[in-house]
Design a protein around this ligand. Structure first.
Ligand code: ADP
Length: 162
């Protein structure tokens, strides 16, 4: 069985992420969303919160599982028989980094393929950092976020601002 791994920080998961995960779930038998701990990035949400949010918004997708990892992605991918890393591409600005990561991972483990899904045009502008910035300044983030986590996230951000 081919397993698609969707790795990311998901700080927080947005409708853009959900779109990529949903489309991957139609292309692959099994999808594992891998929430990466990533010590180099300062996150708004804890790893547990990010995992919980991803679980809540993907609960309706039967072939999608949620996991987490703190380490090299290729080492995580190696536990699956035919791993394919799926990443979303929004714009040319994403390309350079994503291309470099895909080639690096391939070098580290030639079995790990990377596949890119073009972002839906509705979400090309959307990023977790953009959403956080809007929320910090009191803007309405409801059109960017999955309904299942919106209230919790808003409350968390409001508490941080006060
Ligand atoms: P990372 O810190 O690894 O970049 P992110 O959580 O920011 O993690 O993103 C995870 C994946 O989701 C990446 O492949 C990213 O390009 C993709 N992604 C993020 N936002 C969108 C979006 N609006 N549309 C499509 N893909 C997206």
């Amino acid at each position: 069985m081919q397993t698609a791994i969707c790795p990311g920080s998901f700080d927080p998961i947005t409708l853009g992420h959900v779109d990529v995960i949903t489309r991957a779930s139609k292309l692959f038998e099994r999808v594992v969303v891998c929430v990466v701990a990533n010590a180099n990035k300062k996150t708004l949400l804890t790893l547990e919160e990010r995992i919980d949010y991803v679980r809540r918004v993907t609960a309706h997708l039967p072939n999608v599982e949620v996991d987490s990892w703190n380490g090299l992605l290729v080492e995580y991918a190696a536990r699956y028989e035919n791993p394919v890393v799926v990443r979303g591409l929004r714009a040319v600005s994403d390309f350079e980094y994503e291309f470099m990561m895909a080639l690096t991972n391939k070098k580290l483990d030639p079995r790990v393929e990377t596949v890119f899904l073009a972002s839906d045009e509705k979400y090309t502008y959307l990023s977790s950092s953009g959403v956080k910035e809007i929320a910090y300044f009191g803007g309405d983030i409801s059109q960017f976020m999955p309904a299942e986590i919106l209230a919790d996230l808003q409350e968390k951000i409001d508490r941080r601002i006060k």
